[in-house]
Design a protein around this ligand. Structure first.
Ligand code: MN3
Length: 202
């Protein structure tokens, strides 16, 4: 069973004005589809074809060296974007509540302090990569960034929120103004998804 790019759970223009329609179209239909296609090509005819993508990313050392970089980059690209579309939504934003808010307060001091750290982490990622909010093995929350399409599951952590800071995620609308893109991302975060991922990680 080949990996498939999931359909966007909302219209291409649904995240306007934070993320523009053309960026969403190119990002989903070209970039994500590209990662999925390349992942399928990289695992074709191997046992990894039938593995869950998370299991693959957790066991990259088992992938033959000849295809490991392709599997890491495109498997990560496929999984990261699958998460990313669900982590956003139209008319979202705001802040978390309940147990997730308690965990944010415990780890960072307050929601505003979390935002400060997440923003700083995403802004200062040099080159291409992502900033992540993760649940660590000890169940505590942490924020860090990873380069390229690396995903926290390869570090043994569970990602519950991520922002793509590759230029393809914002350049058409924001050009070099990455900080502005990151600031507007908070208006489209789907905290219901983040809360569901958090509770699944407990
Ligand atoms: Mn991307």
């Amino acid at each position: 069973m080949a990996f498939e790019t999931p359909a966007l759970p909302y219209a291409y223009n649904a995240l306007e004005p934070a993320i523009d329609e053309l960026t969403m179209q190119v990002h989903h239909d070209k970039h994500h589809v590209g990662y999925t296609t390349n992942l399928n090509n990289a695992v074709k005819g191997t046992e990894f074809e039938n593995w869950d993508v998370v299991k693959i990313l957790q066991n990259l050392s088992k992938v033959p060296e000849s295809s490991r970089a392709a599997v890491r980059n495109n498997g990560g690209g496929h999984y990261n974007h699958t998460l990313f579309w669900q982590m956003m939504g139209p008319h979202k934003g705001g802040q978390p509540s309940g147990k997730l808010l308690d965990a944010v307060n415990a780890a960072f001091g307050s929601f505003d302090k979390f935002k400060e750290k997440f923003t700083q982490t995403a802004t200062t990622r040099f080159g291409s990569g992502w900033a992540w909010l993760v649940v660590k093995k000890d169940k505590k929350l942490d924020v860090y960034s990873l380069p390229n399409q690396d995903n926290p599951v390869s570090e043994g952590d569970t990602p519950i929120l991520g922002i793509d800071v590759w230029e393809h995620a914002y350049y058409l609308k924001y050009q070099n103004r990455r900080a502005e893109y990151i600031g507007n991302f908070y208006n489209v975060i789907n905290w219901d998804t983040v809360a569901a991922l958090y509770s699944k990680a407990q």
